[in-house]
Design a protein around this ligand. Structure first.
Ligand SMILES: CC(C)(COP(=O)(O)OP(=O)(O)OC[C@H]1O[C@@H](n2cnc3c(N)ncnc32)[C@H](O)[C@@H]1OP(=O)(O)O)[C@@H](O)C(=O)NCCC(=O)NCCS
Length: 343
């Protein structure tokens, strides 16, 4: 909490929480449970609550006043947005153990509540809060994603962009078209996955679960997805999964998507990937090996592969890389700020 002059004290009044839109629909008993973990910190116009690059072990919930969220890029500093009451700030670096990704400066006098990761976990598991976070993230990401055009090695044009909830139908079509062998390799069992599995594949928060989607024919046909899911007990590591349409396999998409996942993961504080691959899935093993993936001794027909995110990032060539890097960064930043209420 570099720079803030005032000192912390326990939260005195739970009504500071119930007034916030974030907690609409949350009952008082649940709020009281959350409230005990918070400490209050008054701030004054001009205070720096934290700086980009600081270590972060807490998150802030703004209950009064306005704060600017600033990002320094090289020598330039720009305001990402202004945060008002109800905003949650700093949770991403707290959860990932990474340094603060932005600087937060008070524009007015006000008050924040300071909490730790155990408290954040309790907060996002309150059902109304969880639903609101999911809805805001989905809306923000949908608003800002522009597809990145990429040409495969054979010249075929495709478009790559973060997968959205609204892609459920397209993804379902893609899964229905897949061969039994592709489904076996992807889901480790024959046959089509049920609707719950498909729902889960588009329930994406872009921080712990990120997915790219690829379309061909000017966005008409879904031809691939690739995702990672952060491990709960090791937040700097995420598990990979890929699915490329049969007619697009062997044309470079798996390699491109692993590179693109690498850039998104780096933005979200992930430094290693793991994958569980069927022993006979040689194309997947080949793609992972290109990124430096090291296989463990196979067991029960599968092989566990671990690789550095840096190795995945290196797979992207410069032309596709620059645009996908920017798209990944924009989406992860937006998801990281999803709990900000405009000031
Ligand atoms: C595995 C999969 C994602 C790879 O995507 P892709 O677009 O086919 O991959 P790429 O074209 O980028 O690369 C495939 C690589 O495998 C290599 N390969 C293909 N068949 C191979 C074989 N029998 N032995 C060794 N290498 C092989 C190719 O030569 C290529 O490597 P190269 O680019 O160095 O030549 C895709 O094939 C797929 O969706 N398969 C079915 C689902 C699946 O397996 N999902 C993964 C579950 S974790």
């Amino acid at each position: 909490m570099g720079g803030a002059a005032a000192t912390l004290g326990p939260l005195s009044d739970v009504s500071a929480l119930s007034a916030l839109r974030l907690f609409d629909g949350t009952d008082r008993a649940a709020l009281e449970q959350v409230a005990v973990g918070f400490e209050e910190l008054p701030f004054f116009a001009g205070d720096v609550l934290y700086r980009q690059g600081d270590p972060g072990s807490s998150f802030l919930l703004v209950t009064a006043g306005r704060l600017a969220v600033l990002r320094v890029d090289g020598l330039e500093e720009h305001e990402l947005l202004e945060a008002g009451p109800g905003s949650v700030l700093g949770e991403l670096s707290m959860l990932t153990g990474r340094h603060r990704m932005a600087t937060v400066v008070a524009r007015t006098d006000g008050l924040v509540l300071v909490g730790d990761d155990a408290l954040f976990d309790r907060l996002v598991h309150l059902v109304p809060v969880h639903d609101r976070v999911a809805e805001v993230i989905a809306r923000r990401v949908a608003e800002l994603t522009a597809p990145v055009p990429v040409a495969l090695a054979d010249g075929t044009p495709v478009e790559v962009r973060p997968l959205l909830r609204s892609d459920r139908g397209t993804l379902d079509d893609l899964i229905q078209r897949q061969s039994d062998e592709t489904l076996r390799r992807r889901f480790f069992s024959p046959g089509h996955p049920g609707p719950r599995v498909v729902d889960h594949l588009v329930e994406i928060n872009y921080l712990d679960h990120f997915a790219w989607g690829v379309t061909a024919d000017h966005g008409e046909a879904g031809v691939a997805t690739a995702r990672y899911v952060r491990l709960r007990d090791d937040p700097a590591t995420a598990e990979l999964a890929f699915g490329v349409a049969d007619e697009f396999q062997g044309r470079g998409l798996g390699t491109l998507l692993l590179g693109a996942l690498g850039w998104a993961a780096a933005e979200a504080g992930i430094d290693h990937f793991t994958a569980e691959v069927l022993v006979d899935n040689l194309p997947m093993r080949a793609v992972l090996a290109k990124a430096g993936g090291v296989p463990e001794v196979p067991s029960m027909g599968t092989v566990h592969v671990r690789l550095e995110v840096a190795g995945a990032k290196a797979l992207l060539d410069r032309r596709a890389g620059e645009a996908l890097r920017l798209a990944a960064r924009e989406v992860v930043t937006a998801a990281g700020l999803a709990l900000v209420e405009p000031g």
